[in-house]
Write a protein that binds this ligand. Structure first.
Ligand code: IMP
Ligand code: ZN
Length: 366
């Protein structure tokens, strides 16, 4: 575990509200309980429960959203989630979250994302690079050379984490609401929003509802990742793969035809081992499709999905891969490094990350 912690890592599938520390959730629940707004003991039970089916997970998210959806809390959880990733040597995170309206709190989808950005700005324990490079140049009031910015970003004295944001469309939303999220993502590009995710309860809604928004996003140059095959739904999986998203998440209930298509298209897959086991989306870790995809040299990246809800961390996911699939240190390092090629940030970030991994390989004597 210590070694998995020390290795640089890339997190590409983390939901903000699924990644909250239990201690923070309980503190928030206590606060609302003291005000008589919720029944604390019931919420405590739900938060601390460990084994949940996929449908129970979505009930938990409804509880979490009651606790978190005001500006100050969104800012706080964003700050804590990124600090937690940085503390285990995650060097790049694509954090995804569903922009929410909460009229009682004066919250719009836009102000929700502004609160997320506020959380990124509030972090002081580590350098957070979330403004894309080209924007840093444009917005700097004094003319500054590219090399000066590179110097600032490359300094080794302080720990650094790159953060990019994906805005999620929830499968409960309408086409119009999804389009609103895509428009917001476009407006927020200069603050590091790079793409769109489709998530939410896979038993709810039809993905075609979001196709116009997803197509529009793609046409505007946003990247798209889809939760795909979390439940058996052959037709949907087929059509999602036809769409050629830049990445997909999970791929648990794929059939032969889907595997063929996936492998021929080389779409990278975000794999979340603990999440799949906890929600019973795969029968056992030995039967996890990681093994087949890894052997086939298909692009895969280990991710946490919901580190808070599933009590895991990215280091733990690597540890599980090592112990369950017999990966050695070098293989784990290569797996971690290969994720750099599937990120949605630009080439300057990729180059920076490649350098971080080269340096780490020397330090870890690989
Ligand atoms: P948020 O987008 O920051 O509010 O993070 C929580 C949301 O992410 C949930 O309400 C779901 O819409 C989505 N989500 C989290 N985990 C999963 C999953 O395993 N499958 C599908 N959607 C998920
Ligand atoms: Zn997910």
């Amino acid at each position: 575990m210590e070694w998995c912690m020390s290795m640089p890592k890339v997190e590409l599938h983390a939901h903000l509200n699924g990644s909250i520390r239990d201690s923070t959730l309980l503190e928030l629940a206590k606060g609302l309980g003291d005000k008589g707004l919720i029944d604390f003991s019931q919420v405590e039970h739900v938060v601390l429960k460990n084994d949940r089916s996929l449908s129970e997970v979505f009930k938990l998210f409804d509880v979490i959203h009651i606790l978190t959806t005001d500006h100050a809390t969104v800012t706080r959880i964003t700050k804590e989630v990124i600090e937690d990733f940085a503390s285990e040597n995650v060097v790049y995170v694509e954090l995804r979250t569903t922009p929410k309206k909460n009229e009682a709190k004066g919250m719009s989808k836009r102000s929700y994302i502004e609160a997320v950005l506020e959380g990124l700005r509030a972090i002081s324990s580590v350098d957070v690079c979330f403004i894309p490079h080209s924007e840093e140049l444009k917005n700097h009031s004094n003319p500054i050379s590219i090399s000066a910015i590179n110097d600032k970003c490359n300094e080794n004295t302080r720990k650094k984490i790159f953060v990019r944001l994906l805005l999620s469309i929830d499968r409960r939303e309408t086409t119009e609401a999804a389009m609103e999220t895509v428009m917001l993502a476009l407006e927020m590009r200069h603050f590091g929003v790079v793409g769109i995710d489709l998530s939410g309860n896979p038993a709810v809604g039809e993905w075609v509802t979001y196709l116009p928004a997803l197509k529009f996003a793609r046409g505007q140059g946003l990247y798209v990742t889809l939760h795909c095959g979390e439940v058996p739904n052959s037709r949907e999986i087929h059509d999602m793969l036809d769409f050629l998203p830049e990445r997909i998440g999970h791929a648990c209930f794929f059939e032969e035809e889907h595997w063929k298509k996936l492998k021929s298209t080389k779409i990278p897959v975000e794999l979340c081992l603990t999440s799949n086991i906890r929600t019973l989306s795969v029968p056992s870790i030995d039967a996890h499709h990681f093994v087949d995809l890894y052997k086939a040299k298909h692009p895969v990246v280990l991710c946490t999905d919901d580190s808070g809800v599933f009590s895991t961390s990215l280091s733990n996911e690597y540890k599980i891969a090592a112990s369950s699939f017999g990966l050695g240190r070098k293989e784990m390092f290569e797996l971690s490094k290969s994720a750099v090629e599937f990120i949605f940030a630009d080439n300057t970030v990729k180059e920076d990350l490649r350098n971080i991994f080269s340096l780490a390989a020397k330090n870890l004597e690989l």
